[in-house]
Write a protein that binds this ligand. Structure first.
Ligand code: SF4
Length: 280
């Protein structure tokens, strides 16, 4: 058995779509005519049942994602209620919240309701950010990441590869991520959609693998390959582990379907990789 442990994480889109921001990679922005399901306040019983299914498949983490720029009082109350219920029913599940920009005070409220980690992505380098979003700044994103640490939550911050950024932008982006000393770096590969203004990436699978290797050279912690794993790497996604990834998302993503947890678990078994049983 290989000693390397792979951490499985999972996501629930608990509020989907209708965002007024203009992030050019995001199907949940209402600026683009994407064909996604839109809803607010997913039923808490449904969220708990999703968490139970994914936890039984081996997911140690469960991320509560809401669309929109950031937390407000209504959203904070709702996410806190969901977290409290989940902690009651699945006390060992690592709960991650991903609800956009947030103040230290809001993050402390989430922590008190049972949230363990907060995910807020820088998305790309400071220099390139204005090319992919004009309605809020990269600095606001960076500040929320700092707030996460001040509030005493684990920080999960990463971004998206393949938005048209240069190699230099990626280099700056990785250094900016590292300056935050995150617990986990989630890396997504852009999932093209005809309704979005960003064209499909020209990066090839080997480029993607080299990018993961580059992050691994700089970072000892958890590197999670999240959205776009299946669409970018196809059946070569097993190679991400050789390149240094040690975490994946199982189940579905925010607005796209995953390949299915059973297939991923079968892949890890075939590679003789151990599935982590504790979220350190
Ligand atoms: S703020 Fe979040 S939900 Fe809104 S468009 Fe940007 S990435 Fe999408």
């Amino acid at each position: 058995m290989n000693n390397k442990e792979i951490f499985l994480c999972s996501i629930s889109n608990i509020e989907s779509g209708g965002c007024s921001e203009d992030c050019k990679f995001c199907t949940q922005s209402n600026r683009y005519k994407t064909d996604i399901e839109k809803y607010k306040n997913k039923d808490i019983k449904l969220i708990v049942s999703e968490a139970k299914i994914l936890n039984a498949k081996g997911a140690l983490g469960f991320c509560l994602v809401t669309a929109g720029k950031g937390l407000n009082d209504r959203k904070l109350k709702y996410v806190s209620q969901v977290a409290e219920q989940l902690k009651k029913e699945l006390p060992d599940l690592n709960l991650i919240a991903c609800n956009g920009t947030a103040t230290v005070e809001q993050l402390r409220i989430l922590k008190n309701s049972g949230i363990d980690s907060y995910n807020h992505n820088l998305e790309t380098s400071e220099n390139f950010y204005s090319e992919i979003c004009t309605t809020h700044s990269w600095t606001e994103r960076y500040e929320t990441c700092q707030n996460v640490k001040t509030a005493g939550l684990n920080l999960c911050t990463g971004g998206i590869i393949g938005l048209g950024e240069t190699e230099q932008d990626r280099e700056s982006f990785f250094n900016e991520l590292l300056s935050l000393n995150p617990n986990s770096i989630p890396i997504n590969f852009y999932h093209p959609n005809n309704a979005l203004p960003i064209a499909p990436t020209t990066l090839k699978i080997d480029d993607g693998l080299a990018i993961i290797k580059k992050i691994r050279e700089k970072f000892n912690g958890r590197i999670m390959i999240a959205g776009g794993r299946e669409s970018f790497f196809g059946n070569n996604d097993w190679k991400i582990f050789e390149s240094g990834a040690n975490s994946i998302v199982i189940g579905n993503y925010l607005t796209t379907k995953g390949i299915g947890a059973d297939r991923d678990i079968e892949m890890l078994n075939r590679l003789d990789l151990k599935i982590a049983t504790k979220c350190k």
